[in-house]
Ligand binder design. Sequence first.
Ligand code: CUA
Length: 315
Amino acid sequence: MPLLGSGLCLMLAGCAYNQSALHPAGRDAEQLSGLTWFMFAGAVVVWAILMGVTVYAVLGRKRPRTEKFADAFIIGGGVAFPTIGLAILLIYGLSLLPNWTSAVEPALRVHVRAEQYWWRFGYELPDGSVIETANELHLPNDATAEFVLTSTDVIHSFWIPALGGKMDAIPGRTNVLRLTPLKVGTYRGVCAEFCGPSHTFMAFPVVVQDAAEFPAWLAAEGAPAVAGSDLFVSTGCGACHTVRGVTENGKVGPDLTHFGSRSTIGAATLPNNRDNLLAWLANPQSIKPGAGMPGYASLPEADRAALADYLMGLR
Ligand code: CUA
């Protein structure tokens, strides 16, 4: 029950995160919501005209019409109006197409690799090296970030509704998406393509922070772990997980170097706290069906507690 409780709590807390394309916090999202409201207004106008004509046809005065009126009505309402209306919509829609020229370098490039069911993020540094992290994205405000999207297994879709449109992450293919956040805040990103039993547990907080503060975050993220743990190594956690400076062979699961500083566990499945982490270590499958991580209920309870304390301390 405590799990269900905390899951519910996260879902409720999740409502506080902005995951709405109609509350835009990015340049592309603003354009998309503008297009949405424009189309909605157009639909209301067309609906009102049709209702007006229908009411008039049923209740209006019955009198013979001239052939000239009928022709004008058909040509005006059936040809001219939809042609002009759709042309306006097409021109407006085409004007919103992103204009990415390779000449313009984005302020930041993030390599995004979708996995069943989590996100591997790699921040590219000017020298070409990459700082790896997972399941929580930090972005500088008012700067264009380029996301280089790939997938390990099946097709996923990378979507931060408050910042802009979505794009698929496809195995064997590289897709590129650029987004420009315009408001400091925490938003919610999701996987928008059904990818398996835990598709819905494949989200990520997106922390848009002041551009002046971002380099400090990135530098902290790039630093090695604050502490080592013999237990983490001896229980075999390092076979799948990297903790930089401690064990760096595991590339299967999320990088845990700064796990304690993340706000969620299991790709935004649970809030990151000690109780949830203990439950996750014992039986991840019960929380997230199809998760790649095996359960460690067989470990002595004291070992699991020590691992949880260690991981929570990796800030
Ligand atoms: Cu990944 Cu849905």
